[in-house]
Design a protein around this ligand. Sequence first.
Ligand code: ADP
Ligand code: MG
Length: 240
Amino acid sequence: MIRVEKLNKYFGKKQVLKDVSCEIKDNEVICIIGPSGSGKSTFLRCLNALEKAQEGVIEVDTFQVHDPKANLNELRSHVGMVFQRFNLFPHMTALENICLAPEIVKGQSKAEVEVKAKELLKRVGLEDKAGSYPNELSGGQQQRVAIARALAMDPHVILFDEPTSALDPEMVGEVLEVIKSLAHSGRTMVVVTHEMGFARQVSDRVFFMDQGQIVEVGSPSQIFDHPKTDRTKSFLSKIL
Ligand code: ADP
Ligand code: MG
């Protein structure tokens, strides 16, 4: 589903991704862990072309993301993204936030889109909040609406960039539960997270990134119980 080869990305003179290569299979759930500033967000943003890398190959689904001629709107309708800050439109209800992209980008009818949006709200446990505005919802509820909004496009791949980092601690669990419930439901997921318990439970493989590189890849038990590199060991010893 995703193939990245020798990706190099610079901001000015600073190299933030160094020869990053990986393959992610259809339906696989990957968690990316690593210190702040290691390039995790930049890597995710390259996957759906929110950032452009200077060198390398990125294939996502059938898209050659690195190709300047790639159709980015179509790419992004197949690759959903959920951000740390939920970025809901404040003047639109939960339902309207979810319906917007399928109506505009996919040209689906309002009635059809609304039926689906209500199903999605139910799926994230918010069926009674369809008419609520973002400022009437808690952070955890807003993030669940943002997840429903990403799902509304039926993406083949969903990228999550620290989806619980901006939440008060008591709301982290409800959002992680929703993400867990999506794992292995016929979608490829890449989740940048600092929630190590979650990463251990949900991921097929864990990528450890440090200083712009994917330093170690393994099953959760390999990475958390038997890390191979000193960099992985040192990172885990600081946070576990
Ligand atoms: P992470 O998500 O792992 O914390 P980032 O991908 O956000 O790391 O950042 C990687 C490096 O790139 C950091 O040194 C950061 O300061 C730098 N960086 C990120 N975005 C930009 C930007 N838009 N312009 C310049 N430097 C950036
Ligand atoms: Mg980040």
